[in-house]
Design a protein around this ligand. Sequence first.
Ligand SMILES: [Zn+2]
Length: 323
Amino acid sequence: MVKKKLNPLTINYQEGVIEDKLWQIRDRASINEPKLVNVWTVDINVGESRIFVEFIRQSVQKMEPVAFQHIKRIKKCDGNHKCLTVIVCSHFMIKEKDDFMHFMQDAPFSFQNVKDSSVVPQNGPPTKELSLEWSNLYWPLVWRGNPNDQILNSYIFDMKFIEATLKQISKKSLAEQASGKQAAVVSAFVNPKNKKIVFVSDHRHDCSPLDHSIMRGIRSVAELEHQKKENHSGKDEVETYLCLGFDVYTTHEPCSMCSMALIHSRIKRCIYLTPMKETGCLESESGDGYCMHSNHSLNSKYEVFRWIGDEYPAAQIGSDVCC
Ligand SMILES: [Zn+2]
């Protein structure tokens, strides 16, 4: 990751805007609300804290889905200065007590007072004030700055390529509108390995009503992969997810069906031009504010940005149309 000062991109961390043009779409309603998870805690002797830390490093970290960087794993026991209460792992890693006890059989330290009643925030708080507040409410936290600043800072953006691709989908969308097409939604699927682009249009009026451009794009990528495999008689690496790591550009904010399909396809990033206030499923101000791409109950997520410049207009589409 580049240091903030050395990042060649201009980033407005407060607003989540890159180069004054790309606005990071997040579930704004839930940024200040912690998503809590129960953790397994035990009490250990002060003298064994180093052995505990090593045990976490060796046996827990590789299996633990929660990033604990913002959480202090160790705190003093109430009323006993020789004892520490420590977090072993989250409920996501081990759910049942029997399984936890089985896991702890080989722990290289003695412990007692096994509990799973404490909760911790899964994600770091955005401000120092909230960090203190959540520390008092739930469990001691470490303040390392707004985690989203680090996320924004570690993004890699090829602005020239992004603009060139947006220009193309904008042009195609306007051309389709000019030729009388009703849902002139155009998408571009970019393969991260070779930057090859698959352009797709909406076909709901020609074929199936579900032939939105994104659905057709996912299918086109699948067909291309299939052909490639047949031509190379299966020598190519088999991809588990066909659009793994793809960037998807689209003229209009995707509907719930399409934004969900993008999750299942394991894309990396979606950049779009026009918000769809009634039918969109990514912005907190669109539709029912579901923010599909960052929904915590779903296993996978992708990053979303809206182009907020006015260089690349898209076709006018009725507000009740799902894109
Ligand atoms: Zn759609």
